[in-house]
Design a protein around this ligand. Structure first.
Ligand SMILES: CC(C)(COP(=O)(O)OP(=O)(O)OC[C@H]1O[C@@H](n2cnc3c(N)ncnc32)[C@H](O)[C@@H]1OP(=O)(O)O)[C@@H](O)C(=O)NCCC(=O)NCCS
Length: 321
């Protein structure tokens, strides 16, 4: 918890210089493990303390001070916490949480809908703890030549008391997002212009797409769920096929089997790993039958990087009769 000596107050024009110096120190020190040197050096390109002007004049920004010195600040408008920076000298003492909670309370007040934060990679875990979940990766475009700095749009439902008059109805274009009913725009130079980053499907969605394409016997759609250099193994380490061409060659004959069908028995998902337990109906050289299979998929960047299969015994229909 922050010490008693910390004071919070609304930021004023005279704070802009100190805020800007703190903002830079905070990004350079506290974001440095999450961003490259190129990204960090582009972060403040062409910017100045003027970036806070509209936020200061509308009273959106609050500063935390110790002995009169600004040690952090937070910005909030209905529906969004727009800024959160702590002086690296004072980081890790609970000031970030304290400021964020104040911003969150202001952003939630009378707001109905999804609350938004645009998180740096390093701050996303903090927002997660307050129930925010990533919805989109976007890029701040900064520098010359332009550098895309990835940030994460995170949302969570508002718990504020309903007041439909300030419900946010939609996002406008990301370079000048507009708050719906209030019709307000906030200073785009603070967090924008931004462009959508390629957003990857979740590992579970990718594996399900793979299963659907398998059962539709759509070889191209199925193969498209694998990375170009993906590998298939017989668990634990026997390489079956490496790269899309080999995987296609290994699998294409199977897709001609009329009765081919994989029935999902159970699925477990943990991070980038998806484990499917399946009962697969096939046509074996000995005749139609079934084989139980456990498939361990590693999915990164929206593609299956590796699939490792545990083959159960094949049961040929009629063989037991
Ligand atoms: C993100 C930030 C505001 C957090 O402020 P802070 O005062 O350092 O954080 P707090 O002391 O309140 O701690 C908040 C959480 O972050 C963790 N944390 C704090 N400093 C950390 C560090 N250097 N490395 C890893 N985790 C850290 C704490 O463990 C704490 O988690 P917990 O509550 O589960 O224990 C601050 O680190 C910062 O300004 N970062 C750079 C700018 C930035 O990314 N801002 C966010 C813009 S969206």
């Amino acid at each position: 918890m922050p010490p008693e000596s910390i004071k919070f107050r609304q930021a004023v024009g005279a704070d802009a210089e100190a805020m800007y110096a703190l903002h830079k120190a905070s990004v350079f020190q506290l974001c440095r493990h999450a961003y490259s040197e190129i990204e960090l050096s582009a972060w403040f390109f062409g910017r100045s303390p003027d970036i806070y002007q509209s936020g200061l004049s509308s009273g959106e920004i609050e500063v935390a001070c110790i002995a009169g010195q600004v040690v952090g600040f937070v910005g909030a408008i209905p529906g969004e916490v727009t800024l959160l920076f702590v002086d690296p000298v004072h980081s890790g003492r609970g000031f970030g949480r304290a400021l964020f909670e104040r911003g969150l309370s202001k952003a939630s007040q009378g707001f109905v809908g999804q609350l938004l934060v645009v998180a740096t990679r390093n701050s996303a875990p903090l927002y997660r703890r307050y129930g925010f979940r990533p919805v989109e990766r976007v890029a701040l475009v900064r520098g010359d030549p332009a550098v895309n700095i990835e940030v994460i749009r995170m949302e969570r439902p508002s718990n504020g008391s309903p007041n439909p008059s300030i419900e946010r109805t939609a996002f406008g274009c990301r370079s000048c997002r507009t708050l719906g009913a209030s019709g307000r725009r906030y200073d785009p130079s603070l967090v924008t212009p931004s462009i959508p980053m390629p957003s990857w499907s979740s590992p579970e969605v990718v594996v399900q797409r793979q299963l659907d394409a398998y059962n539709a016997k759509d070889l191209d759609a199925w193969l498209a769920t694998y990375a170009p250099d993906a590998k298939q193994y017989e668990h634990p380490g026997k390489l079956l096929a490496s790269g899309r061409a080999e995987i296609r060659a290994r699998t294409a004959p199977r897709f001609t089997e009329l009765n081919l069908h994989a029935k999902l028995i159970k699925r477990a998902v943990m991070g980038s790993v998806v484990i499917d337990h399946e009962d697969v109906t096939r046509t074996f050289p000995e005749g139609p039958g079934n084989i139980e299979l456990v498939c361990i998929y590693l999915v990164e960047q929206g593609l299956i990087q590796s699939a490792s299969f545990v083959f159960g015994p094949a049961v040929v229909q009629g063989a037991l009769a």
